[in-house]
Design a binder for this molecule. Structure first.
Ligand SMILES: Nc1ncnc2c1ncn2[C@@H]1O[C@H](COP(=O)(O)OP(=O)(O)OP(=O)(O)O)[C@@H](O)[C@H]1O
Length: 254
């Protein structure tokens, strides 16, 4: 079963075409990453899938729910960590988690257990009662990651999951994402970190000019073939003239 399915998603901002007919499936239980150059349409895709933005055309299904028809229904079932989002500056992490719990309907016992688990996992226990504004960027990222997983969703969307995290915490988050996937959940990442995508993900999709131009399984790349080379081939200056992957033929596994 697909956790995410889109068909011919289109979105323009005025004259600017951000999504030009993006079609994408992500099966349940997959750790998936969307790669693409700046402005390719990754955040627009995530905003549509998480019910924050209406597409101009096309369809989408997230855990069987239509994010256009029922954005609240989608948001109830997923976790989201948007790009460059910080926890509210006037709250402490604990107060922010209380707020998330009230919105998400998490009971007190589950909340305190999960906060303890995450604060220990990501090493920020001693900061639970410090104002978010006084946390470092990495500590704020830890709070945001915790908030995205607090209600134990079946699917999470994370933009740049490892940004600002030290190497030890990066490893912890990577191993957590793998175990979360191994439990049958789905992860949808957006990242510029091709090495992390190659190491961590079951499959990556490459977006160029608002269209999915390729998908690859990093584990199945050929001898000596690097995901970076695939990426450059698909989105680099010469890509259109070499392969012509501008969308009409759709994405392809090779
Ligand atoms: N609110 C908006 N109003 C006008 N144009 C927008 C808006 N949001 C995005 N765009 C434009 O749509 C295109 C796609 O943007 P989007 O943020 O989806 O790209 P992205 O792949 O996430 O980029 P990046 O890797 O730089 O974060 C860009 O050209 C961007 O300038």
């Amino acid at each position: 079963m697909n956790a995410i399915a889109t068909a011919d998603l289109r979105k323009s901002y005025g004259d600017l075409t951000a999504l030009a007919g993006l079609t994408l499936d992500v099966p349940s239980g997959e750790l998936f990453a969307l790669l693409g150059p700046n402005g390719a349409g990754k955040s627009t895709t995530i905003r549509i899938l998480t019910g924050q933005l209406r597409p101009d055309a096309g369809s989408a299904s997230v855990l069987g729910v239509d994010p256009v028809e029922d954005p609240v229904g989608v948001r109830e079932r997923i976790g989201v960590l948007p790009e460059q989002e910080s926890p509210p500056s006037f709250m402490t992490p604990r107060e922010y988690f209380d707020f998330v719990a009230s919105v998400r309907g998490i009971d007190d016992d589950a909340l305190s257990e999960r906060v303890e688990t995450w604060a220990a996992r990501l090493s920020f226990r001693e900061k639970l009662d410090t104002l978010n504004t006084d946390l470092s960027r990495g500590q704020q990222q830890k709070v945001m990651i915790t908030g995205a997983f607090l209600h134990d969703p079946d699917l999470v969307f994370i933009d740049e999951p490892l940004v600002n995290l030290d190497p030890i915490v990066q490893e912890t988050v990577k191993r957590f994402l793998e175990s979360y996937r191994d439990d049958g959940n789905t992860v949808f990442l957006s990242t510029h970190d091709i090495d992390v995508a190659a190491e961590l993900c079951d499959r990556v999709g490459i977006v160029r000019e608002g269209d999915l131009v390729a998908t690859r399984r990093p584990a199945e790349l050929g001898e000596g073939e690097r995901l970076l080379d695939v990426f450059l081939r698909e989105v680099g200056d010469g890509a259109a003239s070499v392969d012509g992957p501008t969308g009409s033929g759709g994405a392809h596994d090779r």
